[in-house]
Design a binder for this molecule. Structure first.
Ligand code: ADP
Length: 299
């Protein structure tokens, strides 16, 4: 729309038009400023996106190198362990054999863990393929507790198992469950000070007595260490996140442990939560399908 020449205008309309024009110019200026600010923000966002992409690629690369570099020494350690166990280089007493067998078990777990790290470092993360089977939980939990025995003794830590309410069987991938527990107990060991205590417990989750409703078992790993601040709890499960923690320690990991734990639990259909332990410390609770035989299934 074109503005009529000033001479043709109604003089009474002039102040109103002048004010409208001034408003229009102000709005135009504001729009211009906002546009400039927006394109500035856009450029910043793009740069940040590019930086994050690059950082992520570098981390993936580092992780992949670290995993591969770890694998070689683990293979060497395991190879020497096997050689010693074969007694080709000399006889072993019962205690030496037991220690070597424990160290071999840890080598196997470490190797499986490295494998998982490699999987986690792949940019395109597919679905976890689980080797599910129905099995008792107690031997797995006891095995993990045994695996940490030397570290617990060294750190003057106590680990107790409360399996009183343990359902007989659950449906899970044993290697992956060991990995979940090793991560959670490993963190507890890392963050608890000397004299600290860790508890692993199981309980059946209450569900309606309906054969169509899936049943679950809850496994908890609690410690009386420094805990995680409430505002940081959700972030703790994100990949590459390390928190200072109330104790101000990050533990020297990659910040991947809990992200992997969450993925494995969710691949089982379960969920994991982090709560504060009564009296301070962390309490990680996760669920696994119970999959006990239902009345109509039993033969
Ligand atoms: P990392 O592999 O580096 O240990 P995690 O994903 O396992 O990383 O843990 C992420 C962060 O959560 C850790 O850096 C630590 O600050 C915190 N955290 C995990 N477990 C515990 C715990 N039991 N007590 C205190 N802090 C913990």
């Amino acid at each position: 729309m074109t503005t009529p020449p000033a001479t043709e205008r109604d003089p009474r309309a002039q102040p109103a038009e002048g004010a409208a024009e001034a408003r229009l110019r102000r709005v135009e200026r504001e729009l211009l400023d906002a546009g400039r600010e927006l394109s500035c923000l856009h450029r910043e966002l793009e740069a940040q996106r590019e930086r994050s992409k690059q950082e992520r690629a570098e981390r993936e690369e580092l992780l992949s190198v670290v995993s591969h570099e770890l694998r070689t020494p683990v293979t060497v350690i395991s190879g020497y362990g096997k050689l010693l166990l074969s007694e080709e280089v000399g006889p072993l007493n019962a205690e030496q054999r037991k220690f070597l067998e424990e160290s071999q078990k840890s080598c196997r777990r470490l190797d499986a863990f490295i494998e998982k790290l490699l999987v986690a470092s792949e940019a395109s993360r597919g679905h976890d393929v689980l080797e599910l089977g129905r099995a008792r939980l107690a031997p797995v939990l006891q095995g993990v507790a045994e695996m940490f025995r030397p570290m617990l003794d060294e750190g003057d830590l106590r680990l107790s198992l409360d399996l009183a309410a343990e359902p007989t069987e659950a449906r899970f991938d044993r290697v992956r469950l060991e990995q979940v527990l090793a991560n959670l107990v490993g963190n507890a060991v890392k963050f608890c000070g000397p004299g600290g205590s860790i508890e692993i417990a199981t309980r059946a989750v209450e569900t309606p007595d309906d054969p169509l409703v899936p049943r679950w078992v809850e496994i908890s790993v609690c410690d009386d260490g420094p805990g995680i601040a409430p505002g940081d709890r959700a972030r703790a499960f994100e990949p590459y996140v390390q928190l200072g923690g109330s104790g101000g320690r990050s533990g020297g990991g990659l910040g991947l442990g809990l992200a992997i734990v969450k993925r494995i639990v969710e691949a089982h259909g379960g969920r994991i939560d982090l709560e504060e332990r009564v009296g301070g410390g962390c309490c990680f609770r996760f669920t696994l399908p119970l999959d006990a035989p239902r009345p109509q299934e039993s033969s």
